[in-house]
Design a protein around this ligand. Structure first.
Ligand SMILES: [Zn+2]
Ligand SMILES: [Zn+2]
Length: 257
């Protein structure tokens, strides 16, 4: 199994995972043209994808999922709540094959086992995903207001984690964001800050972890070195061992063997 990110942050998220010839995207927040271009950077073509898994309706995750799915005949998997919100956002589902999923019911895309899990976030019916190939598990968690015991159970024992480190709390409060936005981002249905991500990671079974990547960093209210340092504290490892997903580059292929 291997995985890579096409980009991560409030301007668009997209991650690709592959196992035994099956390939899925998690989220499609970049334009179809940009998604195709960045897939090319990883040596992939849109036609080689078997599913788009959508976490929730926010633009940076679902903004282009229907358009990309329609253009390349890739089924889009999403919860009922996310589909309703997509309708309300007037995103056309013309020509898209929609597959409905439940927040706690695993399913398969070829060789990839997909375990969705429910999360607290200010969207209609948001989920995040653990992907597995029967031997290894990759946990992907962005857009989380606060951790829950369910989240911790799902992410425990993973071989790789992509974990939201959205902001440094002090930087957010010192920023020129309006107060309501600061409260939304740092609230229980907003985004995970560095210290909360550190605590979440420290609460997990980390015995199998070979890759940890900090993701969905705010370009205004975080620095890569702060995010990396927070996760390294939880792991008791050197900071260079923790990867960072960037908005422009994401991160390159990581192998799970
Ligand atoms: Zn987001
Ligand atoms: Zn969101």
């Amino acid at each position: 199994m291997r995985f890579a990110s096409l980009g991560s942050g409030s301007k668009g998220n997209c991650l690709v995972a592959e196992a035994a010839g099956s390939r899925v995207l998690i989220d499609c927040g970049l334009s179809p043209r940009e998604t195709a271009r960045r897939l090319g950077r990883l040596g992939l073509e849109p036609g080689g994808l078997h599913a788009i898994l959508v976490t929730h309706e926010h633009d940076d995750h679902a903004g282009h999922a229907y358009a990309f799915g329609a253009q390349h005949a890739i089924p889009v998997h999403l919860t009922h709540g996310t589909r309703r919100a997509q309708e309300e956002a007037r995103r056309s589902a013309d020509g898209v094959e929609l597959r409905m999923i439940e927040g706690r019911e695993p399913f398969a895309v070829g060789a990839i086992r997909v375990e969705p899990f429910t999360v607290p976030h200010d969207a209609r019916e948001p989920v995040q995903f653990v992907l597995g190939d029967g031997a290894r598990r990759l946990g992907v968690l962005t857009d989380l207001g606060a951790s829950t015991s369910h989240v911790e159970k799902m992410l425990s024992g993973c071989d790789a984690l992509v974990l939201e480190t959205n902001h440094e709390l002090e930087m957010l409060w010192a920023s020129d964001y309006p107060r309501w936005l600061k409260e939304r981002i740092s609230g229980p249905f907003g985004h995970l800050d560095n210290v909360s991500a550190e605590r979440l990671l420290a609460a997990l079974d980390r015995s199998r972890l070979k890759h940890v990547i900090a993701a969905h960093l705010s370009q205004q209210n975080n620095h890569a070195d702060l995010a990396r340092a927070a996760l390294a504290r939880a792991l008791g490892c050197s900071e260079d061992w923790v990867g960072v997903a960037t908005q422009e580059e994401g991160f390159g292929w990581r192998e799970l063997n």
